[in-house]
Design a protein around this ligand. Structure first.
Ligand code: GDP
Ligand code: MG
Length: 693
């Protein structure tokens, strides 16, 4: 393991799904001779995408980690997902990465997921390089892609390489810094220097001039020399580039093809030359667990150990694998650390470097290392691991709320417990899943970031734990209430069967309450018609009856019962008789108080490209939505709205269709509202049918 921290890089490959991150990761591994063939996602030979669910969909679901050596540098890298279903994992990983390679597809340009990652990188201050990929494809457009980067990411994106040819004719790249052209034949990835194509001379010159100006601007001495018209040396330019990237003043743009391994060697050089080492990134800021004061942990080997466990993998056989990034100090195999969040000591045996699907034992790790240990007892994602004598807690932001819910049931009766326990295991590795039991509908609800997310979870459940479940649209938790008061409701319960009979009479008023007030019970008895020991039975009778309303059997809420009189019988009255009378009186009262149905409303935040805004708002209107506001975010608009939950139960695929996959949304429960009269009958019929099922 490299102990010279200046030569460590801890980076991520990020972008929207399909831009070619995994392919680029394979090219980095192959070109650096870490792997002996160029893995491909399309034929399942990728070492980075390896889970069954990933291979089936050609989609990265889980960030995978690998490492390579290039010219005496050690690079740890993360190949992250870019699909909305799984992108929360990427945001979690950003918290431990020092630099990023943002991959941009030369046909699709920058998509919204890339923009969102870019904004997060900006927030964390992570220096970035850009790689324009897929220039070997038909319709690839370097210029257009560059413009898309400049406008959507709002960065000074400066080409460092230009493609020689595009599509079929792509044969190499020109390095603008050194003004040399390289041709690539075969997939070995080692560019052979050739003469610069003469027809590119003008382009090369103008790009080179603006590049040099940008690089010079990063440093006071350089800009002075530049303005005086002096020639800047290659070392000076490299120094300017490094400074500019670390300050995020501009973003170097490389280009080529991951699939054909073109231009990758120059990207490898750039990762070494300009992305930050752990030393450049500086101390990691956390908190002293006792005093809560800010505490900085320096990225030095001599500093006491500190690391952040940012990810967990659940393996049914190997057990739990905890992945952490070292920020300070040294960690060796067969040792332990202190889990500051849990307040426990943890011991472990082997220490691993991750290599896609496999792991390689190593003796020790240092700042910048991304490592894994198995079978920790207490540690979960987000915990800080440290030296017990020098404790610190690093911040960790868990992923945000889920967007889609399904009711799940075990395919085989009797396996419910196994479904629950296996899902809990999966949730250790995937904090974006949520499992609830709906107290009203009694269903087990599995929520995730999208349809594909929930489906892949179900597939993993079967593959890893051997349990099968059915997914169903969850029932909408409707409620019932009343619109007006009904007074003087009397119900007499009387039964005479042989010996002792049953007798109770209950007089009540019912009043509507404000939304969200629930149920109130008022004992307003005067006189001695009803012995007071029966009052609890009356309240209980109503509390039970209110669980099943008169319209469609949903719970009744937001009302007050005033229990003001009744009749009793010395022998025949009992708690049971009063309970029954109260529950019947309640039903009668509700019938007379204009019963209505309430439906849950969600607050939804939808982000869409400008050009789709009209369609999306029109569609929201047809779903009975109320737009609360629209906010402009670059070339995207964020629409906030209230919409009935029933209307957006399957919103994700519709939004994808309306926006060609560029829209995204988050929703959360907001409140209940009356169902409009014209809708009510239909909903009651459907609700009745659902209840009977
Ligand atoms: N022609 C061409 N196809 C590519 C290139 N890079 C990736 N692809 C293809 O694009 C698709 C998505 O690639 P992948 O690496 O999985 O993208 P990711 O989702 O960003 O990881 C796959 O079919 C790749 O073969 C490239 O440079 N040229
Ligand atoms: Mg991928």
């Amino acid at each position: 393991m490299e102990k010279n921290l200046e030569k460590i890089r801890t980076i991520g490959l990020v972008a929207h799904s399909g831009a070619g991150k995994t392919s680029l990761g394979e090219a980095l591994l192959f070109t650096s001779k870490t792997t002996d063939r160029l893995g491909r996602v399309d034929d399942g030979s990728s070492v980075l995408d390896f889970e069954t669910e990933e291979l089936k969909r050609h989609l990265t679901i889980n960030t995978s980690f690998h490492h390579y050596d290039w010219k005496k540098y050690k690079i740890f890298f993360a190949d992250t997902p870019g699909d909305d279903n799984f992108i929360a994992d990427t945001f979690a990983c950003l918290q431990v990465l020092d630099g990023l390679v943002v991959v941009v597809d030369a046909i699709d340009g920058v998509k919204i997921q890339t923009e969102r990652i870019w904004q997060a990188a900006e927030q964390y201050g992570i220096p970035c390089l850009i790689f324009i990929n897929k220039l070997d494809r038909e319709r690839a457009d370097f210029q257009q892609t560059l413009i898309s980067i400049q406008t959507l990411l709002k960065t000074k994106a400066v080409p460092l390489t230009l493609p020689i040819g595009t599509g079929e004719t792509l044969k190499g790249v020109v390095s603008l810094l050194t003004n040399t052209a390289f041709e690539y034949s075969g997939a070995q990835g080692d560019g052979r220097e050739i003469l610069s194509p003469s027809e590119m001379a003008d382009d090369i010159q103008s790009y080179r001039e603006s590049l040099i100006e940008y690089l010079a601007e990063a440093d006071d001495v350089l800009i002075e020399k530049f303005l005086e018209g002096q020639e800047l040396s290659a070392e000076e330019l490299a120094m300017g580039m490094r400074k500019g990237v670390l300050k995020r003043n501009f973003t170097p743009v490389y280009c080529g093809s991951a699939l054909k391994n073109i231009g990758i060697d120059l990207l490898l050089e750039a990762i070494n030359a300009v992305l930050p080492s752990p030393l450049d990134r500086g101390p990691q800021i956390g908190q002293d667990p006792k005093t809560k004061a800010e505490k900085k942990k320096d990225p030095f080997i001599e500093t006491p150990f500190a690391a952040l466990a940012f990810k967990t993998l659940a393996d049914p056989y190997a057990g739990r694998l905890t992945i952490f990034r070292v920020f300070s100090g040294e960690i060796t195999a067969d040792s332990g650390f202190y889990n500051v969040n849990k307040g426990t000591r943890e011991r472990f045996g082997q220490l691993f470097m991750l290599e896609g699907k496999s792991q390689k034992p190593i003796p020790a790790g240092y700042p910048g290392s991304i490592l894994a240990v198995a079978k920790l007892k207490e540690t979960t994602t987000g915990d800080t691991l440290a030296d017990e004598k020098d404790q610190v807690v690093f911040p960790f932001t868990p992923p945000s709320s889920t967007v889609i819910s399904y009711a799940i049931e075990a395919k085989n009766k009797g396996e419910e417990d196994k479904v629950f326990s296996s899902l809990s295991r999966l949730m250790e590795e995937d904090p974006t899943l949520r499992l609830d039991r709906d107290s009203q509908t009694k269903e087990i609800i599995l929520s995730g970031m999208g349809q594909v997310h929930v489906e892949t979870t179900v597939e993993k459940l079967k593959r890893k734990f051997g349990v099968e479940v059915n997914l169903k649209a969850p029932k909408i938790p409707y409620l019932e209430t009343i619109r007006q008061a009904a007074k003087g409701i009397i119900y007499r319960h009387k039964k005479q069967t042989g010996g002792r009979g049953q007798f109770a009479e209950v007089h009540i008023d019912v009043f509507p309450l404000e939304r969200g007030k629930g149920f109130e019970f008022q004992d307003a008895l005067v006189g001695m018609n009803v012995p007071r020991n029966f009052v609890p039975a009356v309240e209980k009778g109503i509390s039970e009856a209110m669980l099943h309303g008169v319209l469609a059997g949903y719970p009744v809420v937001d009302f007050k019962i005033r229990f003001y009189d009744g009749k009793s019988h010395e022998v025949d009255s009992s708690e049971m008789a009063f309970k029954i009378a109260a529950s019947m009186a309640f039903k009668k009262a509700v019938q007379q108080a204009q019963p209505i149905m309430l439906e849950p409303i969600v607050k939804i935040s939808i982000t869409v490209p400008d050009e789709n805004m009209g369609d999306v708002i029109g569609d929201l209107n047809s779903r009975r939505g109320k737009v609360l506001g629209v906010e402009s975010k670059g070339n995207y608009q964020m629409i906030q709205a209230h919409v009935p939950m029933a209307e957006v139960a399957k919103y994700a695929p519709d939004l994808t269709a309306m926006t060609q996959g560029r829209g995204s949304f988050l929703s959360e429960f907001s409140h209940y509202e009356e169902i409009p009269v014209y809708m009510s009958e239909k909903v009651i019929q459907e609700a009745k049918a659902a209840l009977e099922e």
